[in-house]
Ligand binder design. Sequence first.
Ligand code: FE2
Length: 377
Amino acid sequence: MSQTLTFAEKIAKAPDFLPINGTDYIEFYVGNAKQAAHFYKTAFGFQTLAYAGPETGVRDRSSYVLQQGKIRIVLTTALKSDSPIAEHVKKHGDGVKILALWVDDAYNAFEETTKRGGKPYAEPVTISDAHGEVRMSGIYTYGETVHMFIERKNYNGAFMPGYEPMKSEYNPSDAGLLYVDHCVGNVGWNRMLPTVKWYEEVMGFVNILSFDDKQINTEYSALMSKVMSNGNGYSKFPINEPAEGKKKSQIEEYLDFYEGEGVQHIAVATADIVKTVRQLKANGVEFLSAPPETYYEMMPERVGKIDESIAPLQELGILVDCDEEGYLLQIFTKPVEDRPTLFFEIIQRKGAQSFGAGNFKALFESLEREQAKRGNL
Ligand code: FE2
């Protein structure tokens, strides 16, 4: 695809009313946080960081905070049925509730976004303990998903007030995961453009990349996607919408099973994808089946010369794509819960700032083999 501006030039045009330093944490609402924490430690190599629950004076929930590199995930479960967390899990299954953004001023972030039409989720509040204070606020994005704004410049505790540092005797080795590269949202029919407009107007993001259903389709199903970025590129949210195909779009399958719009995948970066994926597979993480051999035969012609040898990429099913600025390596897990909803992407960037559109067709064909097995195609 030809680009008139580089990604850096495009994001430089973003307004600066909402400075963001990166992802602060991602919070999942789950049916059993204790077991989910064990899964993310064992399978993905996260480490125990902090805990909140009845033992720390929180009566209605338990939350486990895990960390790997700069990635922090929070796994939260309700302790009683009459809880909005329980309602969320009943409707959506396990999934992402909060995409928290690290900001310099959480009060200002709330004011700037709500005056532009952001729907309040959490009024600005300051919470403190012996380690200082955290200021936070939040607004809704697509579906029931929320962006929290977290300001922690005056805090030096493990996570935030309300949480106690947690040590575990079980500390599996990490998998080399470094930071959140991007988080993708699936929205309903005709909802991509309004959502893109919302990110532009309310959050001050810019659209850096678009794919229509002509570019992302197979014989059977299709999607459209637009990538939204903030002004420093630390926060990137691609938005997917289903498109008409001969059979059901994978985005529609997600919407049916999540019972609404929500986070489709979280992409986490590694500096050595072969090593990371080998370890994740040994830990039991399930990945989408590898593309056909022809994919790897065509690779030198399609992406040019790469540093990695093709044999381990092919052995592990790692995909490669390129753009004007370099190339990237990526692979997608199967959904990490029973509903075919949230999954993870492992990505290693070698210059490329794009998202692997050239792989979408290969990915789609692989996804659809799985979708057909579930009888949903
Ligand atoms: Fe992605």
